[in-house]
Design a protein around this ligand. Structure first.
Ligand code: DAH
Length: 341
């Protein structure tokens, strides 16, 4: 058996070799356990030190302590290097393999469209809001004045998670309560994002699509402000300052009164297949935020009022780009996507 001193020197050399070869967190952990784990090499050496003579201890004690410190410092250093990716890995990626001319790809039509929608609202002073796609029953329904037994829940058949009361959001209206509770008044914001419904898929329905929700809350806000904002938005989007809107009453539990806003068909003057020869296209549901919803967010409905709207971003994108089948937006067909460079 080597002397303890020789063993320490040998193990130090082995450690130094091993730590230099570590490329992953997993390898690092294995090495840590092997050397400084409870039943590791260092502990075995310390056990031997305990059995040594006083002279041996005087010689080997500092050596062993030095080795321990070296292990701990190197582990720490390597952990940081791995986390910041500055360790050279064995897998190589040849950055010269492709020239820019060989690269294919373009922004998805959704990316183009969402940016355009956001820019129009940003130019009107709205801020961008965000919320999770996996939501609570509370934000999707209850907070929006749709209690557990309300028949309006039938309009929003969704995907429930195994975790109780958690679901894939059915609309971007979920950001309403989040924004009202988090932000200060006055508040004007929009949220664009994915929503989910338990739908049979066909050319005009999908289980996953995009919506845009907007809210504006201040003192003395009225429906006229809602109509003005929507008209301005549609005119900017379709590049026409004469595009008209018309309004009809509509029911949504979280607004009172609720409205449906239609836009004049931007594609024809006498009726076409897009507007089904009616000259009007149904686009925007909205209304004045229900006092129950404002109260739930801690906002006094006798002092503040606000409007909300929520439109099918997918549907508007399809109208805008003349996309006839909703499935084209998610099937990844390159031939289709190439039209949107
Ligand atoms: N969230 C509704 C839906 O998905 C749309 C909607 C209607 C949003 C009225 C609103 C609103 O903000 O006021 O069917």
């Amino acid at each position: 058996m080597n002397t303890l001193q020789e063993q320490i020197i040998t193990q130090t050399a082995l450690w130094q070799q091993a730590i230099a070869c570590v490329n992953t967190h997993h390898q690092l952990e294995e090495l840590r356990i092997k050397f400084i784990g409870k039943k590791g090499i260092l502990q075995a050496l310390f056990d031997q030190l305990g059995e040594c003579s006083v002279d041996q201890k005087r010689l080997c004690g500092p050596l062993l302590n030095g080795f321990k410190k070296e292990c701990e410092a190197a582990l720490k250093e390597k952990k940081i290097a791995l986390a910041t990716n500055s360790v050279s890995t064995q897998t190589t990626f040849d950055v010269t393999a492709y020239t820019p001319e060989q690269l294919e790809g373009s922004l998805h039509p959704y990316s183009h469209f969402i940016t355009e929608v956001q820019n129009i609202f940003l130019s009107m002073g709205f801020e961008l809001l965000d919320g999770p796609e996996v939501e609570t029953d509370y934000h999707n329904f209850t907070a929006l004045n749709i209690p557990g037994d309300h028949p309006a829940r039938d309009m929003y058949d969704t995907f429930w998670l195994n975790t109780p009361s958690m679901l894939m959001r059915t609309h971007t209206s979920t950001v309403q309560m989040r924004a009202m509770k988090e932000k200060k008044l006055p508040l004007a914001g929009i949220c664009t994002g994915r929503v989910f419904r338990h739908e049979a898929v066909d050319a005009s329905h999908d289980h996953t699509f995009f919506q845009c929700e907007g809210i504006l809350i201040d003192k003395n806000v009225t429906l006229a402000h809602l109509f003005g904002v929507i008209k301005e938005f549609l005119q900017a989007l379709f590049g026409s300052d004469s595009l008209a809107i018309r309004t009809r009453p509509g029911f949504f539990p979280f607004v009172e009164p609720g409205v449906e806003i239609d836009m004049q068909c931007p594609f024809c003057t006498t009726g076409c297949s897009t507007c089904k020869k009616t000259r009007w296209i149904e686009v925007f549901p909205g209304g004045m935020i229900h006092p129950n919803v404002l109260e739930e967010a801690g906002i006094d409905p006798t002092v503040y009022s606000g409007f909300a709207f929520g439109f099918g971003l997918t549907r508007l994108a399809m109208l805008r780009y003349g996309i006839k089948d909703i499935r084209m937006l998610s099937n990844g067909k390159v031939k289709f996507l190439k039209n949107f460079t």
